[in-house]
Design a protein around this ligand. Structure first.
Ligand code: AHR
Length: 318
């Protein structure tokens, strides 16, 4: 094509020219972010995954998602795979608190920023991650304890369904609850066992508690809604009325917990917001552009009893 023909061709294609010359320099390269998720053990977890996936899509990010099936070794493998893929940043929801230093040192050497979501970790060097975005689990336990102590008028036998052994929310929610009920010597935790944050395990453990203690049980404190919903099933199958014969308090605030409160089977849930996608990607953006990032961002949550649940159920987002 000679010069005159080329000029004529280009003048007839203004949109093509605009597209070729006006593209921003970064538009060619999509940001690649790895997300090492714990699993899909609860409705809360699925809501968190959805929040991160949809926020990544809205921002045009290539999200590499890995489900660890509740196993730390799977998370470590996926984090190493993200490093090998030279991702721009990594989001981790760590299943347990300890055992992260070696792999996070590898990530740091590769100069990849790490954003922790929902669960904290114990490391001697906190430069191994950029930030943690999470609820205050100790405070959640305290709130559940304060609410229950009031409901029981400071007297009663409680069984506790703990979360995954070694997980920050299991350790902290236990601690906060114990702190709160220590002020009420009439309240006793007569049984406490892990239900691994799942509905099935919560039901199984509650069945064993009911077999051992029966009508001795005045209340259940479950570290999450899924286990509480499993416990509610076990209570019903034992011929008792959850919410009346046995008071049930839990943590998370998922939709099905609100439904159970409206039908009177669950008495109270302490909210723990899983919609962490926007905050996680804001933190990554700041970390990648060298802006200061707070080491910890605490998510603000509420407490809902049956009355509050009736008013709030229609507007729940998860
Ligand atoms: O880390 C948050 C906890 O993990 C939620 O309470 C629980 O439902 C989830 O599995």
């Amino acid at each position: 094509m000679n010069c005159r023909k080329l000029a004529r061709f280009l003048s007839a294609k203004p949109l093509l020219i605009a597209a070729l010359f006006c593209l921003p320099a970064h538009a060619a390269k999509k940001q690649v972010i790895g997300f090492s998720q714990i699993g899909a053990e609860s409705a809360w977890r699925s809501a968190e995954t959805e929040s991160i996936r949809s926020e990544a899509a809205a921002r045009g990010i290539d999200l590499r998602f890995s489900d660890a099936q509740q196993k730390q070794e799977n998370q470590i493998k996926s984090i190493r795979a993200f490093v090998a893929q030279h991702v721009d940043a990594i989001i981790i929801a760590p299943v347990v608190e300890t055992g992260w230093e070696p792999v996070l040192r590898e990530v740091k050497r590769a100069k990849i920023p790490v954003v922790l979501v929902d669960r904290g970790i114990r490391v001697s060097d906190d430069s191994l991650y950029a930030t943690l975005i999470a609820s205050d689990f100790v405070e959640e336990g305290r709130r559940a304890g304060d609410w229950l102590a009031k409901k029981l008028n400071g007297k009663g036998n409680v069984v506790e369904l703990q979360g995954t052994t070694g997980a920050a929310p299991a350790l902290d929610r236990k601690k906060g609850f114990e702190e709160s009920i220590a002020k009420h010597p009439g309240i006793k935790v007569i049984k406490s066992q892990s239900g691994d944050f799942t509905r099935a395990k919560g039901k199984e453990v509650m069945e064993a508690f009911l077999k051992a203690e029966g009508k001795n049980i005045n209340a259940v404190y479950a570290h999450n809604d899924d286990m509480a919903l499993g416990a509610i099933q076990a209570i019903e199958e034992a011929g008792l009325k959850p919410g009346t014969d046995i008071i049930v308090v839990s943590i998370d605030g998922v939709k099905s917990a609100f439904e159970a409160m409206v039908t009177g089977k669950l008495n109270c849930t302490v909210e723990c917001n899983p919609l962490l996608g926007p905050a996680a990607f804001d933190a990554i953006e700041a970390a990648l552009s060298g802006k200061p990032v707070p080491k910890k961002t605490i998510v603000q949550d509420n407490v809902f009893d049956q009355e509050a649940a009736k008013n709030a159920i229609a507007s729940r987002k998860y």
